[in-house]
Design a protein around this ligand. Structure first.
Ligand SMILES: [Fe+2]
Ligand SMILES: [Fe+2]
Length: 336
């Protein structure tokens, strides 16, 4: 018996069950398993899985609880029964953007037993405008093809220079950008240079190529005053509008969130640090906001995300809350 194949079929079934679990979350169950079967079946995509860890917000010093929570996520990913082909880190490794915090993140993430790709968050960037982050993790804009899917990573947390005129020090600049409400830095986005790069990057791809983008912030206006947005998201969506199968995955919001805008399916990942509250807006999906099952449990509402890309490019997304022990993708015997 092909055990892995059975597993995939099982996940597909749980996806459908999970959908109704979320919609009818009267019991406050925070296990989100979505079946995102919107794409046209094609022939080019071979099934595989990738995982996402994001928003660890590591502080300086040793033995902080956020270190252990990131280690927990890494252990969960390393223990997946179907090994992910790669892991995306979705930004905000550091809390205050300092080199020691980023280095601690690099050290912890080196325990992953698979390839790692990263994009930055605002908490990683504004002490030295990305110098330490780039030195440790490479370029903040990139793309690659994997088993028939085109993956794109972009830096979505760029703002025009607000610090020179105000004569802010690097740490003051970082402090201005760290705030959830960030009136000084203003709304952020990817900027002209990355938009031009994106146009060229996808120019030769045929419309049936499945596209997955990774940005720290969502590519739609979820709640702009917390930068739950990307200011040039509409231009990105326009550039990618020719594709039949376009999925945007993001961090920053520290919660499960899903939407569809035009041809884009958007998925937000939970953090490994703390859950943000849902902002006071009506959600496209789920229409009822997900409750935390156990507000007394400090890791409830945090976790990791895994995406199973099925033949043809359909994607099955699973959230792995730390507080949950019933999730299907853990190896038997591992304690969640
Ligand atoms: Fe964050
Ligand atoms: Fe962020």
């Amino acid at each position: 018996m092909d055990h892995k194949k059975d597993r995939r079929e099982f996940l597909q079934l749980t996806g459908k069950a999970g959908l109704s679990t979320i919609v009818g979350s009267a019991a406050g169950i925070n296990l989100g398993v979505f079946d995102l079967a919107h794409a046209q079946p094609g022939k080019k995509v071979s099934p595989f899985r990738f995982a996402m860890i994001t928003d660890s917000h590591l502080y300086s010093g040793d033995d902080h609880k956020f270190d252990r929570q990131l280690e927990d996520a890494i252990e969960q990913v390393n223990s997946m029964e179907i090994k992910p082909d790669f892991v995306l880190y979705g930004g905000d490794i550091a809390q205050n953007g300092t080199e020691d915090q980023l280095a601690k993140g690099r050290k912890l993430l080196s325990k992953l037993n698979t390839k790692l790709v990263l994009i930055p968050g605002e908490h990683d960037w504004y002490v030295d405008m990305g110098a330490a982050w780039k030195g440790m993790f490479g370029q903040d804009t990139w793309s690659f093809d994997h088993k028939g899917v085109h993956f794109i990573g972009m830096n979505s947390i760029l703002v025009p220079d607000f610090w020179t005129a105000k004569q802010l020090s690097p740490r003051e600049r970082m402090a201005a950008m760290e705030m959830l409400e960030g009136p000084i830095g203003g709304l952020w986005g990817v900027g002209e240079k990355q938009l031009e790069w994106l146009k060229k990057d996808v120019a030769k791809l045929s419309p049936d190529t499945p596209i997955v983008t990774f940005t720290h912030s969502p590519l739609w206006d979820y709640y702009p005053r917390w930068n739950f947005q990307t200011v040039d998201g509409p231009q990105i969506r326009e550039i990618l509008s020719k594709f039949e199968n376009f999925t945007s995955i993001h961090g920053h919001v520290h919660q499960t969130i899903y939407n569809k805008v035009g041809n884009m399916t958007s998925i937000g990942a939970m953090s490994t640090s703390w859950p943000w509250p849902y902002p006071p807006v009506k959600l496209a999906y789920p229409s009822s906001q997900m409750n935390r099952a156990d507000p007394g449990n400090e890791v409830d509402g945090m976790g990791t995300l895994a995406v199973n890309v099925k033949a043809g490019g359909d994607k099955l997304v699973e959230y792995q809350p730390f507080a949950d022990t019933l999730t299907p993708f853990l190896k038997k015997g591992l304690k969640a």
